[in-house]
Design a binder for this molecule. Structure first.
Ligand code: NCD
Length: 400
């Protein structure tokens, strides 16, 4: 086996079923590289939810922040984002800073040695000699996955290796966006609030209007609206939701070949006993949905034929407005991975159901939790939290 492979050498490993790949991305049942949403079990998700809650609690005081920044102050992270990104890039940057990691970045490959013809795998191996963690988003399909295999091969030869975390890859995967999305949903459906909050007895009040309402992600109706066919955030989140029981997913999208859900996603969901529906208008689902996940039309992936092929009246049926939001359940959340276009006008932002800015903030805590977990400092966070909040105050839970 060569330690200087080109991307082509990974083809046979890339073509294996996911279930064969997952064990290679972990060490002793613990995640090592983060490439696929399906690497997360329900137990790991619960662990990360708990850790993210603790990090946000601890961060409320200066001694708490100082403690957190001491945890990984001896580590350095490389943010290698050569595909466009604002939120994911900055959210990872902030997450590293919360844990005290020093961070460096490459965003424009024309300013790197790739411009001189360097194989991007060589670039990544070079980064791994300087840094302790590589977080990446690339235009090259499956690149993060190949980098994880490269690191494993280096490990095999007892050479320095680092964890690889995907910040969104190709059309298929955005594992850490799915993590922050499901964390936001978990907090929403916990229906808890601080003792002083006007929402303290919210769940019992909601039960009067919605007698069948239960806490948690099971048994809920989730709607995804917009560009389902090309939305990697939708695909990754659907894979996590499929871990929960008795859920229904409705896809709301114009009946256009580029925008409808792919057959692989549909067969994945049906093999996981998820009830799946499809419609072309939000009006069909507003009163039924517990969680509405909006997405923009990813026009940057349009071919020349696609541009102009979307009918305006079809697009309008997949956009929110104040009247449509007013028809939603009182507790239903509206999420969006952002950036948004015309599918959510800004006048909706004031509605308490609009959770997309909270969702983005949750991403920072969740990514800090993930990095702490990857570097095995999570038990130290548990211990500090226990010591600091030994008299249990649940004051931060439910503060979305
Ligand atoms: C998404 C992405 O890049 O896949 N955004 C994000 O990461 N927050 C969705 C998008 O670009 O529309």
């Amino acid at each position: 086996m060569s330690v200087r492979p080109s991307l082509l050498e990974y083809e046979s490993r890339l073509n294996r079923p996911l279930m064969m790949k997952i064990p290679e991305l972990q060490v002793n049942e613990r995640l090592k590289h983060v490439i696929f949403a399906r690497q997360f079990s329900k137990v790991t998700l619960q662990r990360l939810f708990d850790l993210a809650d603790k990090i946000r609690n601890i961060s409320q005081s200066k001694p708490g922040c100082d403690y957190l920044t001491s945890l990984l102050s001896h580590k350095r992270a490389m943010l290698y984002f050569t595909q466009q990104s604002t939120r994911t890039f900055l959210s990872f940057m902030a997450a590293c800073q919360i844990l005290g990691m020093r961070v460096n970045e490459i965003r424009d490959p024309s300013l790197s040695s790739e411009y001189k013809g360097e194989d991007p795998l060589d670039s990544v191996r070079m980064f791994s000699t300087y840094f302790d963690l590589i977080i990446m988003r690339s235009k090259i399909p499956n690149f993060a996955e190949c980098c994880a295999y490269l690191m494993n091969d280096l490990d095999h030869f007892h050479m320095k290796t680092v964890p690889i975390v995907s910040g969104g890859a190709g059309a298929d995967e955005h594992p850490t966006q799915a993590l922050l999305d499901i964390y936001t949903i978990d907090r929403l459906f916990s229906f808890t609030a601080s003792p002083n909050s006007p929402r303290v007895d919210w769940f019992n009040k909601l039960k009067v209007k919605y007698p069948d309402l239960t806490k948690g992600l099971d048994g809920k109706h989730y709607c995804f609206c917009g560009d389902i066919g090309r939305g990697r955030t939708v695909r990754s989140l659907c894979q996590l939701l499929a871990l929960y029981d008795n859920i229904t997913i409705t896809f709301v999208c114009p009946d256009h070949p580029k925008l409808i859900p792919g057959s692989d996603l549909l067969s994945f969901l049906s093999s996981h006993r998820v009830t799946v529906n499809q419609t072309d208008t939000l009006d069909d689902v507003l009163g039924k949905t517990d969680l509405l996940y909006m997405t923009r039309i990813q026009k940057e992936h349009d071919s020349q034929n696609d541009a102009g092929s979307y009918k305006e009246e079809d697009m309008e049926k997949c956009r929110l407005n104040l009247d449509r939001v007013a028809r939603m359940k009182d507790f239903a959340g509206i999420l969006h991975p952002f950036p948004r276009n015309e599918e959510i006008p800004m006048d909706i932002d004031r509605d308490p159901r609009a959770l997309y800015f909270t969702q983005a903030r949750n991403g920072m805590w969740m990514r800090a939790a993930l990095i702490a977990y990857l570097f095995d400092v999570d038990s130290r966070i548990d211990a500090f939290h226990q010591k600091t909040f030994s008299e249990y105050h649940d004051y931060n839970v439910g503060v979305l």
